[in-house]
Design a protein around this ligand. Structure first.
Ligand SMILES: [Zn+2]
Length: 676
C-alpha cells in the first residue's frame, strides 16, 4: 500500500470507530478498525462480532470473586517464586526462555487489567519493558538464539509472545510494544523463508495470525497478510488431517505421543478455521470449524464439553484425562469461533466448558491445579497403575506442576479471557451477549457512550437483569444469545414479555434512553443424557452435575522444590461412598431429580460454595461392578457398567446429593443406571 493510500486507509479507520469500546486507560490507545480493514483492498473478512478492547468489560458478582481468587492464588504469585517465570530468560534471568513466561503473560495481562490490580499491572509492565528494550536490532527477542538464522528454530514461542504483547498494547496503549511486535513479525516473515515452520510452530501456525491481524487492523500494511498466508501455507492442513483416521482412533494406554493426537494442539487448532477464514473468506473454513468439533465429540467427547487427551486424544471413557492446557485453549478457540462466525453453538459450548471443566480442575483457592482431570475421578493419588495414554503417575494430583509445568504457566488465560469475551459488538454498532456471567460493559454506539450491566448468579440461577444506560438517547440492537437448552426463554422489557427461540440470537432493537431494565429467564430443565457405554449424566442449564463425595486432602512432595504452602501438592481421597447407580424413572428420568438453590459461596466453585444441588435416589453397587480392568485401583472407577448387577449385590435405596461438576474436586459424573 502506497503512503497516500495508507493515510487514506487510516482516515477510514478513524471514521469507522463508532461502535468501538471506550479504551481502557490509555489516551493514546489506537482505536479498533471496525469494518475498515474489510474495505481496504485485500483486507480481512469482517468477523460476525468483534471482541471489545481489554478493560471495556469488568467482572461483577461471583465472576469478580473468582478472578480475585485467581489473582490471590497462583497467577498473582507465580512470577515471585517459580523459576521458569520468576527467572525467565524473557525477563533477563537464566531459567527457561521458551513458552512459560509468555504463557503466564498471556493470562496475567488480561487478569491484571480486568481487575485493575495495580501491583500486578506494575510488575507485568516491568517484564514487558524488559522484553521490548532487549529486542535486537534485527527484530528477534532476546531469548531467540543468536545462531538461529543458520540453525533451525521452532517459531512457536515467538508467535505466543506476540499474542500476549498485543493484549498488553490494547490494555496499556504503549506504542513501543506495538512497534516491537511489528519488528518481530517482520523478522518472523524473513525467518520463515530460511526455516519453514516445523514441530510446534507447524501445528500452531494460526496463533501467529492473532498478532498479525491485530497489527494489520491498525496499520493496513499488506505484508502482514502475506505473513498470515505464509504461516498457513507452511502449517498443518487440519482439514486434510481430519479426513484421516489419525484423530479418530484413541491413543492406547501407554501409547506413543503423536503431534497429530496431542490434545493441546487439537484444542488450539479448533480456531484455525476461524482465523484462516478471515484471510480470504473461504466457505470451506466455515464449514470445517463445526465439523472438526463434531469429529472430536464423536470419538473423544466428554460430558463437560471437552474432549479427552492424557495427553493424546484418548476416547470417550470418563476415566481418561483431559489436560488443563487443552481446557483453556479450547475456551480461547471457542471465543474466536463465535466472534468470527457468530454461530450460537460455539458460545453454548464456551459456557459449558467454562462453567464445568475449567473450575473443576483447580483447587477452590486456585493455588493448585491438575494436569489431567477425569469426569469420573474418585481419587487423585500418585498412581503407577494409571490409565493415561502418555502422561505420568502424578497427572491428576492437585499441585504446583503435576506431571509437567506447561499447565502451571498456561492455566491463567481461562477465566480472564472468558470475562473479556462475554460481550462483543455487532457490525451495526450494537452489542451482543455472547456468554452470560455477572459483569458490566462500556462501549460506544453512534458516538454515544453506553453502559450495560448484567446482574445475575447465572449459571447457578436461571434469571438475570440487564440494565442499559446510554449517556443520551441512541438506537442500537442488543443481541441476546439464547442457549439451545433454554426452552421457554423469555425477556421482559417495560412490562412486556417476549418469547425467545432457543439456540438463536434474539435481537432487541430500539431507541435506548435513560435506564432500561430487561429481565431474562432461561428456564433450566433437568436433562439426563446417555454417555459412554450407556452410563447416564445429569445436566441442567449449562451445568453438569456430579456426586458430592467427602474428601481427605493429604500433602505430598513436601520436600520437592518450590512446594512451600500455599503452593503445595496434594492427594485427595474419598471419605464417603461413591459406588452408586442412579435410580431413575425409565420414562421420565429427569423427574427423579429434585434441585435446590443455596447462596453462591465466596469460592463459587467449591463443594461448600455450590450455588445449586440436586437430590437423587441411588443404590450402592459392589465396587467390583464399577472397576475397569485393573483390580483394586478405585481411581479407575468406570461408570461403564454394561451388565445388570446381581439383585442381591445391590444396596437399599438411598438419597444422594449431586453438585455442579465445577464445584467438585473428586466426583462420579457418569453413573450406572437402574430403573426405578
Ligand atoms: Zn499443560
Amino acid at each position: 500500500m502506497a503512503d497516500f493510500d495508507r493515510r487514506e486507509f487510516l482516515t477510514t479507520v478513524a471514521a469507522g470507530v463508532a461502535a468501538a469500546a471506550v479504551p481502557a486507560a490509555a489516551s493514546d490507545a489506537p482505536v479498533p478498525a471496525r469494518g475498515a480493514a474489510r474495505d481496504a483492498e485485500g483486507g480481512l473478512a469482517e468477523p460476525a462480532f468483534r471482541p471489545l478492547p481489554l478493560g471495556a468489560i469488568r467482572p461483577a458478582g461471583w465472576l469478580e470473586r473468582q478472578l480475585r481468587l485467581q489473582a490471590d492464588g497462583l497467577t498473582g504469585h507465580l512470577d515471585r517464586f517459580w523459576p521458569d517465570v520468576a527467572r525467565s530468560r524473557w525477563f533477563g534471568g537464566t531459567a527457561e526462555g521458551w513458552e512459560r513466561a509468555p504463557y503466564w503473560l498471556d493470562g496475567a495481562i488480561p487478569l491484571a487489567w480486568m481487575l485493575d490490580d495495580e501491583p500486578l499491572k506494575t510488575r507485568i509492565s516491568g517484564y514487558v519493558e524488559h522484553i521490548v528494550t532487549h529486542q535486537r536490532p534485527d527484530g528477534w527477542y532476546a531469548p531467540y538464539p543468536e545462531d538461529a538464522a543458520r540453525e533451525r528454530y521452532d517459531m512457536w514461542a515467538i508467535l505466543l509472545v506476540n499474542k500476549a504483547l498485543v493484549q498488553y498494547h490494547e490494555a496499556s496503549g504503549d506504542g513501543r510494544v506495538l512497534e516491537a511486535v511489528r519488528r518481530s513479525l517482520r523478522a518472523v516473515a524473513g525467518g520463515l523463508d530460511r526455516t519453514p515452520l516445523y514441530d510446534w510452530g507447524r501445528f500452531r501456525w494460526y496463533e501467529g495470525l492473532v498478532s498479525a491481524f491485530y497489527l494489520f487492523e491498525r496499520t493496513g500494511e499488506p505484508w502482514l497478510l502475506d505473513l498470515a498466508r505464509k504461516l498457513r501455507a507452511q502449517g498443518v492442513d487440519f482439514e486434510a488431517l481430519y479426513r484421516t483416521e489419525d484423530v479418530t482412533v484413541p491413543a492406547p494406554r501407554r501409547g506413543l505421543w503423536k503431534w497429530t493426537k496431542h490434545v493441546v494442539n487439537t484444542a488450539m487448532a479448533t480456531k484455525a478455521a476461524a482465523l484462516s477464514w478471515r484471510i480470504d473468506a473461504r466457505p470451506d473454513d466455515r464449514a470445517f470449524a463445526a465439523r472438526m468439533i463434531e469429529t472430536l465429540d464423536r470419538h473423544h467427547g466428554q460430558v463437560t464439553g471437552m474432549f479427552s487427551g492424557d495427553e493424546c486424544l484418548s476416547g470417550r471413557s470418563p476415566l481418561q484425562g483431559t489436560e488443563l492446557c487443552a481446557v483453556v485453549e479450547f475456551l480461547y478457540s471457542l471465543e474466536h469461533l463465535f466472534s468470527a462466525f457468530g454461530d450460537p453453538p460455539f458460545a453454548d459450548r464456551l459456557e459449558r466448558v467454562a462453567f464445568n471443566a475449567l473450575p473443576a480442575t483447580f483447587a477452590p483457592d486456585m493455588w493448585s491445579h491438575q494436569y489431567d482431570q477425569q469426569v469420573n475421578q474418585v481419587q487423585c493419588t500418585i498412581n503407577l497403575e494409571h490409565q493415561w495414554s502418555t502422561n505420568g503417575p502424578e497427572s491428576n494430583l492437585y499441585g504446583l506442576e503435576p506431571n509437567y509445568g506447561c499447565c502451571t504457566s498456561n492455566m491463567h488465560q481461562g477465566w480472564p479471557k472468558l470475562a473479556a469475551h462475554l460481550w462483543m459488538t455487532t457490525p451495526d454498532e450494537g452489542l451482543v451477549a455472547a456468554a452470560y456471567a455477572p459483569s458490566r460493559v462500556d462501549f460506544v454506539s453512534r458516538g454515544v457512550p453506553v453502559s450495560v450491566g448484567l446482574d445475575t448468579d447465572y449459571p447457578f440461577r436461571e434469571t438475570m437483569v440487564l440494565s442499559v444506560r446510554p449517556r443520551r438517547p441512541v438506537r442500537f440492537p442488543l443481541v441476546l444469545r439464547v442457549p439451545s437448552w433454554a426452552e421457554g426463554a423469555r425477556v421482559e422489557i417495560d412490562g412486556a414479555e417476549e418469547p425467545m427461540e432457543p439456540g438463536s440470537l434474539h435481537r432487541v432493537e430500539r431507541e435506548w434512553s435513560g435506564e432500561t431494565s430487561l429481565a431474562l429467564r432461561f428456564p433450566m430443565r433437568a436433562r439426563v443424557s446417555t454417555r459412554h457405554n450407556g452410563a447416564v449424566a445429569v445436566e441442567r442449564g449449562p451445568l453438569v452435575y456430579a456426586l458430592a463425595i467427602g474428601e481427605e486432602w493429604t500433602r505430598v512432595n513436601a520436600d520437592a522444590p518450590h512446594r512451600e504452602l500455599p503452593h503445595g501438592d496434594f492427594e485427595v481421597r474419598p471419605t464417603t461412598p461413591w459406588n452408586y447407580a442412579l435410580v431413575l424413572d425409565a420414562a421420565r428420568p429427569e423427574a427423579s431429580l429434585r434441585f435446590e438453590e443455596a447462596p453462591v459461596g465466596e469460592r463459587p466453585f467449591s463443594p461448600e460454595g455450590a450455588g445449586t444441588s440436586a437430590r437423587a435416589t441411588a443404590r450402592r453397587l459392589p465396587k467390583w461392578t464399577l472397576l475397569h480392568g485393573w483390580a483394586g485401583e478405585i481411581s479407575l472407577v468406570d461408570a461403564a457398567w454394561a451388565h445388570p448387577a446381581p439383585a442381591d449385590s445391590v444396596g437399599p435405596l438411598e438419597q444422594v446429593r449431586l453438585i455442579p461438576y465445577g464445584c467438585t474436586n473428586i466426583r462420579v459424573t457418569e453413573f450406572p443406571r437402574l430403573d426405578g
